[in-house]
Write a protein of this length. Structure first.
Lengths: 208, 139
């Protein structure tokens, strides 16, 4: 993605494009190139873990990625979201341009690794079979993950990319950014609530 | 943003389409290793693909949409989600999924990998001014 500019310290009028003085600019990448090799390494680790099909690497990847997904959703929805809403526009813009590009890489990677390693693990252990004692919990977890995935893919991820694209424009519209950020935070809050259900299901399974 | 009112409900339809394939995959996965009828999964997949098609066609017919931005974002999103779909397909193959269920799951992944770029690209492009859609972006 391109190197772009956005007004960080400029008054709101500059962001709104109301003819204010030339804004101070900062550069950021919508997809941080520096993070791509890390994503590639994680994907390779996942492929190797699935190919080797040993319990520990699969469990490690599933737990680490799943915990990251859960914690990030909860943190964004219930801690950072309300803080972000109370910040001034320049501060919010600066935080957004530093946080959101990382989310573009972290969230899809965490979700893909959690699901792929989790499915392989459950196949290896037989937990996804109807004969499994707690199969109902497994199906419940699939439904919860399915709903979270639809919210994340339909609302959260598009809002993430769209807000960054808007911020890259010479004159970003604050009302568009506001609307997209609200959508992002509400979607993160909704998935955060569903993550609590995931935690209940996973701890039930782990202690069954 | 008055131009938004002229655009079809792409996000809502896209989420409906994703929900339908999600239901198809969960239906199949919840019955393993039993051989269950594929009919419900095929019906859900067909409905999902139909909703995706309606979504794309209705968007294609809208006037004043920033297609340059849409296609640019959709292209890169398609690359990313094709990789993710490929990873999931790899796990299915690794677990010896075969026959009808593999076909349904593979087609579900195809619909998934097409749906998400449409959703992302639409959300980005709907806020673009079509008149200024000169794609001030590069790889």
């Amino acid at each position: 993605m391109e190197e772009g500019t956005l007004p960080l310290q400029a008054p709101a009028g500059a962001i709104a494009g109301r003819g204010a003085a030339a804004p101070q600019t900062a550069e950021f990448e919508i997809v941080p190139r520096a993070g791509l090799p890390i994503v590639a390494i994680v994907v390779v680790l996942l492929i190797v873990a699935v190919a080797v099909n040993n319990t520990w690497p699969l469990m490690f990847l599933h737990v680490v990625a799943g915990a990251s997904w859960t914690i990030i959703d909860l943190f964004l929805g219930f801690v950072l979201g309300p803080i972000l809403g109370s910040l001034s526009l320049p501060a919010r813009t600066e935080l957004t341009t530093k946080l959101m590009p990382k989310m573009v890489l972290i969230m899809p990677t965490a979700v893909a690794v959690t699901l792929a390693a989790g499915w392989q693990l459950s196949s290896k252990l037989g937990d996804n079979l109807t004969s499994f004692q707690h199969h109902g919990w497994i199906v419940a977890s699939m439904i919860v993950v399915g709903v979270m995935a639809v919210i994340a893919l339909g609302l959260l991820e598009p809002a993430n990319i769209a807000v960054l694209t808007e911020l890259k424009k010479p004159r970003p519209k604050p009302e568009v950014i506001e609307r997209l950020m609200k959508r992002f935070i509400y979607a993160a809050g909704a998935t955060g609530l569903m993550q609590i259900a995931t935690l209940v299901i996973m701890t039930r399974l782990a202690t069954a | 943003m008055s131009e938004e009112h002229r655009l079809p409900p792409v996000t809502q339809l896209g989420m409906l389409s994703l929900s339908l394939i999600g239901a198809a995959v969960i239906y199949l996965a919840a019955h393993l290793p039993k051989h269950v009828s594929l009919t419900p999964a095929i019906a859900l997949l067909a409905a999902s693909a139909a909703v995706l098609a309606v979504n794309v066609v209705s968007l294609w017919r809208s006037e004043g949409f920033a297609w340059g931005r849409f296609l640019y974002i959709a292209r890169w999103a398609l690359v990313a989600y094709a990789i993710i779909a490929g990873l999931i397909e790899y796990v299915f193959l690794r677990n010896s999924t075969s026959g009808g269920p593999l076909i349904v799951l593979t087609l579900s992944l195809v619909v998934f990998a097409l749906n998400v770029p449409v959703l992302i690209a639409f959300t980005v492009a709907r806020y673009d001014d079509p008149a200024a859609d000169n794609l001030n972006v590069s790889g």
